[in-house]
Design a protein around this ligand. Sequence first.
Ligand SMILES: [Zn+2]
Ligand SMILES: [Zn+2]
Length: 232
Amino acid sequence: MAQPRIWLDEVIDAIRSLGGKAHYDDIYQKILDRRIMNFDDNPNWRAAVRQNIEMYSSDSDAFSGKRDVFYSVEGKGKGIWGLRPEYLKSDDTEIPLEVLIKKERQIASSTASLSDEQLISKANQVQSFSPRKRNVRSTVYERNIFVSEHAKRRAHGRCQLCGKDAPFADKNGKPYLETHHIIWLSEGGHDTIDNTVALCPNCHRKMHILNRKEDIKKLCALINQAQKHGAE
Ligand SMILES: [Zn+2]
Ligand SMILES: [Zn+2]
């Protein structure tokens, strides 16, 4: 299983949450406690941590010459490393939400190879029955409500991908559809009426999981047609 994020980012966050400098032993422990990285398939992960620190420190002979992130606090051989000031800023020690989502997906896709017995045994390997809570850091896009309303109105209660009626009505009796950006906002798409469609929840999920070219094409063609009609 791959790692949900690069080691460099995880080491930076770990040292930051240890107050900006720490000994290797504490860095390892912190990284274990954070339970983000995949340790099982990478028994030599501690070496990866050391390697990353040395590659990104001009205080080390192994410095890659790229970003100079870490400094040796008490000189070589002491194993105490600190973050240079530009990496210390902010109290962003929380894990980005995307990292957590990626980790979950990686674990989920690795379960396919487990037998039923293995799966049950893993499922029952719990420390506590109430789910563990985690604070995460996330970035959200502020959406234009008018764009969204316009897209829904233009759909006339029908999903613009599968063409079926909305599966249910909302509390106000309006057909329930969700708005979707054909080019995702996270990929630089615009929050405008020519990039927004209204979809049923199934098709919306499908777009986010598969984002198939033919579906994108279909939606774009639909929007183009609607734009032309609007101009007439
Ligand atoms: Zn649909
Ligand atoms: Zn969407």
